[in-house]
Design a binder for this molecule. Structure first.
Ligand code: SF4
Length: 63
């Protein structure tokens, strides 16, 4: 189990996270990113971690 943390001061709404894991990250029409599920079960951890690593401004961490 992991937990997604977002630094919204860093997030620029670039959408890499959504592209890689759209069931966890979603951009709205104003390019504001929303986390759809903060808790990440072990089965999804590698996939969500890849999305976290893809953020170009390092706004995401998986704790
Ligand atoms: S990839 Fe990073 S900057 Fe882009 S929406 Fe996701 S958290 Fe924000």
């Amino acid at each position: 189990m992991g937990r997604i943390h977002v630094d919204y001061d860093k997030c620029e709404g670039l959408g890499m996270c959504e592209a890689m894991a759209s069931d966890y990250f979603e951009l709205d029409d104003d390019e504001q990113m929303h986390v759809l599920a903060e808790e990440v079960p072990g089965a999804d951890r590698a996939r969500v971690n890849a999305a976290v690593q893809a953020c170009p401004v390092l706004a995401l961490t998986l704790e």
